[in-house]
Write a protein that binds this ligand. Structure first.
Ligand SMILES: NC(=O)c1ccc[n+]([C@@H]2O[C@H](COP(=O)([O-])OP(=O)(O)OC[C@H]3O[C@@H](n4cnc5c(N)ncnc54)[C@H](OP(=O)(O)O)[C@@H]3O)[C@@H](O)[C@H]2O)c1
Length: 216
């Protein structure tokens, strides 16, 4: 069993990952600025508070963990500062020998082998562009990081998020840098099934220093 810290563990992606990791019996610690009350708390998750823009909180988040999953989003105070937060988590993870997973976006995937990442085409819907570009910059920094940093960057399907939580089907497919679509041409995954893939990757690492995608 591992000690897994989910930074942003009260959010949509992070909460799904924390729930699945706790269900499997891992020691799970969530970090966010505020903690949920009552039923919104997941049994078996320890809730800690702190901003990942704060060095002391980042230190607490990484210390003692086997794997840190950053499920922060470039919104609110992290809009324009997510790269700084994830870079700092990566530096600490490198120093402490902790594995780092980052939940990024669909737009960091490619449409085909050798094609640019969607985020690099200059052709993103304006409502997603800023978020996509910021998460893609996080990926670029990971790709250029020192070899000793053990990281993965996971891109969910296009239809993923609190607006479309979906159902737990108990299945998923994993792809590399190229986006996966089902036979109907749809790219989707529920929060619960996305979390299965992430916790499977934590338990049995298959993508060291690599990006992967998760979809049905
Ligand atoms: N289809 C797609 O490609 C797709 C769709 C959705 C999301 N995503 C990606 O998935 C990732 C997570 O998104 P999400 O929708 O799950 O986010 P979310 O639901 O907004 O959750 C964000 C989490 O981060 C915490 N947080 C915010 N600011 C923080 C700070 N300064 N320090 C520490 N914690 C902080 C929040 O809690 P507090 O506010 O209490 O701190 C919350 O737990 C992002 O990279 C996003 O781009 C991709």
């Amino acid at each position: 069993m591992a000690t897994i810290t989910v930074v942003g563990g009260t959010g949509y992606a992070g909460g799904s990952i924390a729930r699945e990791a706790a269900r499997r019996g891992h020691t799970v610690v969530s970090f966010s600025r505020t903690v949920p009350e009552g039923d919104a708390r997941i049994d078996g998750v320890r809730y800690e508070t702190g901003s990942m823009l704060d060095a002391e909180a980042r230190d607490r988040a990484v210390t003692g963990s086997d794997v840190v999953v950053s499920a922060l989003a470039p919104r609110g105070e992290l809009d324009g500062r997510i790269v700084e937060a994830d870079d700092a988590l990566a530096a600490l993870a490198l120093e402490r020998g902790v594995r780092l997973g980052v939940v990024g976006g669909f737009s960091s995937l490619r449409g085909a082998e050798g094609a640019p990442r969607f985020a690099e085409t200059g052709d993103l819907p304006p409502e997603f562009a800023s978020e996509a570009l910021q998460m893609n910059e996080v990926l670029t920094h990971l790709l250029g990081s020192q070899d000793a940093l053990d990281w993965f960057f996971v891109s969910p399907a296009m239809q993923f998020g609190s607006y479309a939580p979906g159902e737990a089907l108990g299945r998923y497919r994993v792809g590399g840098e190229v986006a996966l679509f089902d036979e109907a041409g749809v790219s989707a995954v529920s929060g619960a099934d996305f979390a299965l893939a992430v916790v499977d990757e934590i338990e049995t690492p298959a993508h060291r220093r690599a990006q992967f995608g998760v979809a049905y």
